[in-house]
Design a protein around this ligand. Structure first.
Ligand code: ATP
Length: 385
């Protein structure tokens, strides 16, 4: 069991014109499952390829178990990598694909056979060993690719979008299988995806990347409930968080343009010290907006679109210039074009600086569980619905 450490990792392409990875620090504990998530082009694959030794960083250090491996070629690092397209050799049987790495390393026949059958047993592909890749379904090919990766007992396990070629149902089955496999192997693992839902369900910790940098590394629930920036709040969560470009008057009132609300003194203090001027962005997750009788919420508005999701429904409203989303139980008998009031679960509201960093979350400032209902004043503005 080893840990892995990235220290100031930087990788550029095209003579420095493309900065793919920009000074990344990341520690992956022994046995930990880290998910690198972020939009296309943010540097996830390049980071993974640097760890594998497939790219040489321009700067920074990579250590496995305290040993500097930055200059080592891939074959001398105890890493196994699974690729998005599986990268199986088409002219080799499943068995031959799985034994290939060990054979190249000169392992003896008995060891090879034992390891291949062990990995095939774990991946439940023992009956496919004589088939060729083109005789397998996508899910079976993925199992073979995983089996091939674990045959050699890697110290570090790397997976680059391994599920993106599978249909939704199989993807969710394979998610669980990879998690179980990772627990079984108990090996430091880095899993790359652009799918925030995959990241939320799989990682011990999630590293959210943006433009070559890591914005936040934390367990999924912290990333979701305490995002440290507008970017993280926006990227994680489906449907996405609602943002209101707002102003704070320096005393106790936040004005979103469409409605105003008072904040408790603890929140006001944080806003006064954390903001650079009056402007701020208020972030409200869709599940923190609920329906209220007309005139009794923070604002009355009209349901523009209703999307049934099974036990919940997503409602879309136009408030000011923004399209706002709410997730409510489907038992509520409502329909498109209905006029409704909206209430907000204020304790879960986030406040950000317009340039990105989080200033404060309401509940954090008021020390969990304090009832702030009395402090609310709604200030609905006509004509802004
Ligand atoms: P995706 O989710 O689309 O795979 P990613 O987050 O994995 O994206 P990378 O593939 O790491 O992103 O790419 C990061 C940046 O580096 C992008 O701007 C990409 O165009 C650039 N890049 C990656 N590899 C090369 C290369 N070999 N030559 C030039 N630019 C490259």
């Amino acid at each position: 069991m080893v840990d892995a450490n990235l220290d100031g990792l930087r990788k550029t392409f095209n003579n420095g014109n493309v900065v793919a990875v920009d000074s990344i620090d990341l520690h992956i504990e022994e046995g930990e499952f880290i998910v690198l998530v972020g939009p296309s082009g943010c540097g996830k694959s390049t980071t993974l390829r640097c760890i594998a030794g497939l790219e040489t960083p321009n700067d920074g250090k990579i250590e496995f178990g305290g040993h500097d491996v930055t200059e080592l070629p891939p074959k001398d690092r105890a890493v196994s990598m699974v690729f998005q397209n599986y990268a199986l050799y088409p002219s080799m049987t499943v068995y031959e694909n799985m034994e290939f790495g060990l054979k190249m390393r000169g392992a003896d026949r008995e060891t090879i056979d034992e390891r291949v059958r062990w990995a095939a047993g774990i991946m439940e592909i023992g009956d496919l060993l004589d088939r060729y890749p083109n005789q397998l379904s996508g899910g079976q090919q993925q199992r073979v690719a995983l089996g091939r990766a674990i045959v050699r007992e890697p110290a570090i396990f790397l997976l680059d979008e391994p599920l993106s070629n599978l249909d939704a149902k199989l993807r969710s089955v394979m998610r669980t299988e990879i998690q179980e496999l990772q627990r079984k192997l108990d090996v430091a693992t880095v899993f790359v995806t652009h799918d925030q839902e995959e990241a939320m369900t799989m990682g011990d910790r999630i590293a959210v990347m943006n433009a070559g940098r890591i914005e936040q590394v934390d367990p999924p629930e912290v990333i979701y409930h305490e995002p440290n920036s507008l970017f993280v709040a926006d990227f994680i969560g489906s449907p996405e968080i609602n943002f209101f470009e707002s102003t704070f008057d320096g005393s106790d009132t936040v004005d979103t343009g469409a409605f105003g609300f008072d904040v408790p003194s603890e929140v006001a203090t944080e806003l006064s010290s954390g903001l650079d001027g009056r402007d701020l962005v208020v972030g409200i997750r869709p599940e923190d907006i609920s329906l209220a009788p007309l005139g009794e919420g923070v604002i009355d508005t009209e349901i523009q679109v209703l999307e049934p999701m099974g036990d919940t429904q997503i409602l879309y409203f136009d408030i000011g210039d923004s399209r706002i989303r709410a997730v409510v139980p489907s038992a509520q008998p409502i329909g498109e074009n209905d006029k409704v009031g909206l209430s907000v679960n204020w304790e879960n509201v986030h406040f950000f600086r317009p340039d990105g960093p989080s200033v404060v979350k309401w509940r954090k400032a008021t020390d969990e569980g304090v009832n702030t209902d009395q402090e609310l004043r709604t200030d609905q503005r006509a004509g802004n619905q």
